[in-house]
Ligand binder design. Structure first.
Ligand code: MN
Length: 204
């Protein structure tokens, strides 16, 4: 079975003025599609791997045949990360978590504001291309960190709750070198209701 591009639940222009329509269209229909195409090509000769879930492939990279391991890491990671990225954004987002996740955030970091500040700094400090993450372990403990390229916490046993793409393709048309402005705009679109739902599914 081949991987296919998941449709967005909103239009390309729905996230304006924070993320412009052209950036959305190129990011989704070219970049994300590109990761999927390369992943499918890499798996063509390995029907056994095609039967496994993407998260299972990415969390057991050492078991992937060496000739396609880097390709699966980069492009499987690209597909996985972008799927999450689109899902957690909304033109009319819920501005805060409310239940379990808010409680855990306050316990761990002090406040939602502190999470936003820390993830912003972490994403800002990522040198070159990569991602900033809020993620959990299977016990529900929360962590903030960043990864290069299309790596993710999943590759080290974590589960992503929220990720910000800081590759230049995510923001250059509107923000050029102003990564901080893009990150501030991105926060306006984060739907904490969706993030909390992910968290509850993991810890339940
Ligand atoms: Mn991207």
């Amino acid at each position: 079975m081949k991987y296919t591009l998941p449709p967005l639940s909103y239009e390309y222009n729905a996230l304006e003025p924070y993320i412009d329509a052209q950036t959305m269209e190129i990011h989704h229909s070219k970049h994300h599609q590109g990761y999927i195409d390369k992943l499918n090509t890499a798996l063509e000769q390995y029907p056994v791997l095609q039967e496994k879930s993407l998260s299972s492939l990415l969390s057991h990279l050492a078991e992937i045949p060496e000739d396609i391991r880097e390709t699966v890491r980069n492009n499987g990671g690209g597909h996985y990360n972008h799927t999450l990225f689109w899902e957690t954004l909304s033109p009319s987002p819920q501005k805060s978590p409310q239940g379990n996740l808010l409680k855990k955030i306050e316990e761990t970091f002090g406040s939602l504001k502190k999470v936003q500040d820390t993830l912003t700094q972490t994403a800002l400090n990522r040198f070159g291309s990569g991602w900033g993450w809020l993620w959990t372990d299977t016990q529900g403990n929360l962590f903030i960190s960043s990864t290069p390229n299309q790596d993710s916490p999943l590759m080290k046993g974590g589960i992503e709750l929220l990720g910000i793409d800081v590759w230049e393709h995510a923001y250059y048309l509107s923000y050029q070198n102003r990564r901080a402005d893009y990150i501030a705009a991105w926060w306006q679109l984060v739907d904490w209701g969706i993030v909390e739902k992910r968290y509850n599914n993991i810890i339940s």
